[in-house]
Design a protein around this ligand. Structure first.
Ligand SMILES: Nc1nc2c(ncn2[C@@H]2O[C@H](COP(=O)(O)OP(=O)(O)OP(=O)(O)O)[C@@H](O)[C@H]2O)c(=O)[nH]1
Ligand SMILES: C=C(OP(=O)(O)O)C(=O)O
Length: 251
């Protein structure tokens, strides 16, 4: 079942996937080519999640950013249709912690921002394994559930490029490219429309809230907590009490 159109932008005539989407060129989850390599970008922690400085404070904010990335990567690695996870970051602490979970970490080259980092990560995957199916996944999904991610990635198999919009329906949390397609990432701010106009197909599944729930603000963190935080973020979230828990209206 597809989501109902949420606004005029849904009328743009672009195909949207439905839960009934048949599997595309990938046969089954056990087919090695049916599993995805995920590229997860992460800013240096001292700079990350700046919009959480208000509710979290500058001591906890980088530790929250790391916890979000740990929960994101751990859930991704537990997803049955994920083959491997490549994290693109220059942060030394995050590199150690995310490698310990099983991710491969590559430096943030060419140091030209988020989309350049994602393109670099995708190239790195395909240099090692030409024809890999690749997907970019934001590192700020602390409620991410492996089963929901699997449903999204299975739906994405039918399209050369596909994406999932964020909970606000403005940005993007996931962008995919099957083996014969380039990723061509256009993340940042209002990227939903940018990805639509680039020809990527919007995935419109219901019941995949954890994949759409990125956390930029205190209110986003409350919403993620409602869905159920992963263990790393849950531990940090408990510390928010002493620092002024995020409250409705806090940016
Ligand atoms: N490697 C890399 N990752 C980036 C870069 N810019 C953003 N990201 C990551 O891209 C994802 C989406 O970015 P945002 O949601 O804006 O996260 P953020 O930049 O930490 O948040 P703000 O400081 O509030 O803008 C997050 O996983 C970021 O860590 C970059 O220049 N290089
Ligand atoms: C990176 C994005 O947005 P934000 O910085 O708002 O999370 C995006 O949705 O493409």
């Amino acid at each position: 079942m597809g989501r109902e159109p949420a606004g005029p932008q849904w009328e743009a005539g672009h195909a949207r996937t439905r839960e009934t989407t048949r599997d595309g060129e990938f046969a089954t989850d056990t087919d090695p080519t049916a599993r995805w390599s995920l590229v997860v970008p992460l800013k240096p922690l001292p700079l990350a999640k700046s919009r959480l400085a208000g509710p979290a404070g500058d001591e906890l904010r980088p530790r929250l950013a790391l916890a979000f990335a740990q929960d994101t990567v751990a859930a991704a690695l537990a997803c049955p249709v994920v083959r491997d996870v490549v994290v693109v970051t220059d942060d030394p602490t995050a590199a150690v912690e995310l490698a310990a979970l099983g991710a491969r970490v590559v430096p943030d080259a060419p140091g030209a921002g988020l989309n350049a980092a994602l393109a670099h990560g995708a190239r790195t995957v395909r240099v090692a394994r030409p024809g890999a199916a690749v997907a970019a996944l934001n590192a700020d999904l602390p409620a991410l559930r492996p089963d929901e991610l699997a449903r999204v990635l299975r739906a994405a198999r039918s399209f050369p490029r596909a994406f999932l919009t964020d909970a606000a329906e403005i940005g993007t949390t996931l962008l995919t490219a099957t083996p014969d397609a380039e990723l061509n990432p256009a993340f940042g701010g209002p990227s939903r429309l940018r990805h639509l106009s680039s020809g990527a197909v919007e995935i419109a599944l219901t019941g995949v809230d954890s994949v759409r729930r990125d956390v930029d603000t205190g209110n986003d963190l409350l919403a993620a907590a409602e869905l159920g935080l992963g263990p790393y973020t849950a531990a940090r979230y408990a510390e928010l009490d002493g620092l002024g828990a995020p409250r409705p209206g806090a940016a």
